[in-house]
Each structure stands twice: as structure tokens, then as C-alpha cells.
Design a protein around this ligand. Structure first.
Ligand code: PGA
Length: 257
């Protein structure tokens, strides 16, 4: 996949549950009228209910669509869940898997994340796997171990991404998610190297180079994005609060172009 091989910056907007479907449509309409820098890969992740509409508004803009979660089964008696197959049929290309808010509020374990990754990759989608330590884990100095373990367990028996797919791993320290405040860029780079090593342990250097990207997430904004994305260790960002207003998001894209 050429985009990954050359490690262009990937900017993923995680709209979380911040927008009604009508508001998501308005944001997508604004983005569709914006000039999106050609040098950056862009994906936005609306709620399930807004995916179809946002997808059709952003068609042929170069902005990809992602989901914020997925279930691991293909169909059946799973009330309230959405399958990878369905997400693909709606035009999704990416899926956020294992966000810390889901790990915390719904007790998602590394095993559940593992199943979701298998389903995501199995249906031709590209996961954005979220990992990151809590403030307490950092204080106890076990953050390297926690993040490496999250990746090793999440990727157990998961085949490497196929042609046209990628695996993005977003290092998102829980304590840095807004409104807290960003990590120190050097600390983020140190953790990106931990992520890189865990990926190499799993897939080997060649696959890591050709089909993975490492992102940073946590209070990213236009003013700090360049201090994180260096193309060497960090290849993009996962953006929450600053992705739900077109102006803020455009300023981030411009800062990276
Ligand atoms: P934030 O969220 O940019 O608002 O800190 C990032 C995330 O939780 O994905």
C-alpha cells in the first residue's frame, strides 16, 4: 500500500458521541467544501447512525470514513452490535478498536480487542488500534510493559494487514486525553518506539514498514501537532475534541501539509 509505504501522515478524527446525526451532516458538508491537503491521509469517524450519510457527503473528497467500534461476530443474536461486514457495506475503510473509553466504561479486555481486530482485518477494513497507559500505571513505571502487553495480546494470531489494508496503532495515554493536556512529545516518541518494537516482534520489520503506522492521540491541536508527527517514529494523529469543528480540524491538516 503506497500510502503506508511512504508513511504519509494519517489524521483520524474521532467524533465520539459529540454530534447528533444532523450536526455530523453539517460538519461533513463543511469538510466537503474544504481544500483537503493532498499530502495527508484523512479519516473521520462518526457515530454508527451517521456513517452512511457522512460517507455519501464525503464521497470523492479523499476523506475516508471510519467507525468508532465494531463487534466481532458477523451476524446473529447480538442486540445493539454492528458487524465489520455491515461497516464495510456502508463504505467504511477504518475502524477504531480498543479506545480507552471503551476499555474503561465497557470493560473491554485485550481479548475482546483481539477478536475485534480479527473481524476488522478479516473483512478488509483497517483497524486503528488504541493503546495507552493510565496515570497510575505511568507513576508505577509500568507504562512500557502495559503498552507492549496491550499490543502483543491484541495481535495474538492476527495476520498482518493484506494489500490495501493497514494497521494503525494509536498511542493514547489516558491521562492526556482532553480536557487534560497533551503528553510531552519526547515521552510520546519514547512510547512510539515501544509500540514499534511490539509490532516488529509480531510481524517483523518488513510488514511493519509497509503496512503499519503509529499515531499519537491526546489533546492534539493545530498548535502542537507538528511536535508529535515526525514521520520517523510518529506517522499521524488521532484527534478528538479538535476534530468536531471544521476550522479546528482544517488547521490541523494545514499544519501537517
Ligand atoms: P482528544 O481525544 O483529542 O479530545 O484528547 C482523543 C481521543 O480520545 O481519541
Amino acid at each position: 500500500m503506497q500510502a503506508v509505504a511512504s508513511r504519509r501522515a494519517l489524521v483520524a478524527g474521532n467524533w465520539k458521541m459529540n454530534l447528533l446525526t444532523s450536526e455530523a451532516e453539517a460538519l461533513a458538508t463543511e469538510l466537503s467544501r474544504s481544500r483537503i491537503p493532498r499530502t495527508v491521509d484523512v479519516v473521520v469517524c462518526p457515530t454508527f447512525t451517521a456513517i452512511a450519510r457522512v460517507g455519501s457527503l464525503l464521497r470523492s473528497t479523499g476523506i475516508s470514513i471510519g467507525a468508532q467500534d465494531v463487534f466481532w461476530r458477523d451476524s446473529g443474536a447480538s442486540t445493539g452490535e454492528v458487524s465489520a461486514d455491515d461497516l464495510r457495506s456502508l463504505g467504511c475503510r477504518y475502524v477504531i478498536v480498543g479506545h480507552s473509553e471503551r476499555r474503561r466504561e465497557y470493560q473491554e479486555t485485550n481479548l475482546m480487542v483481539n477478536r475485534k481486530l480479527l473481524a476488522t482485518l478479516g473483512h478488509g477494513l483497517s483497524p486503528i488500534l488504541c493503546v495507552g497507559e493510565s496515570a497510575e500505571e505511568r507513576q508505577r513505571n509500568i507504562h512500557h510493559m502495559i503498552v507492549a502487553q496491550q499490543i502483543h495480546e491484541a495481535l495474538r494470531s492476527v495476520p498482518p494487514p493484506r494489500q490495501g489494508q493497514e494497521l494503525a496503532v494509536a498511542y493514547e495515554p489516558i491521562w492526556a486525553i482532553s480536557p487534560a493536556g497533551p503528553a510531552d512529545p519526547e515521552d510520546a516518541r519514547e512510547m512510539a518506539r515501544v509500540v514499534h518494537q511490539a509490532l516488529v516482534d509480531t510481524y517483523g520489520e518488513t510488514h511493519v514498514k509497509t503496512s503499519t503506522r503509529i499515531l499519537y492521540g491526546g489533546s492534539v491541536e493545530a498548535e502542537n501537532v507538528r511536535s508529535f508527527v515526525d514521520q520517523e517514529t510518529i506517522h499521524g494523529v488521532l484527534v478528538g475534541a479538535q476534530s468536531i469543528h471544521a476550522d479546528d480540524f482544517r488547521r490541523i491538516l494545514r499544519a501537517l501539509s
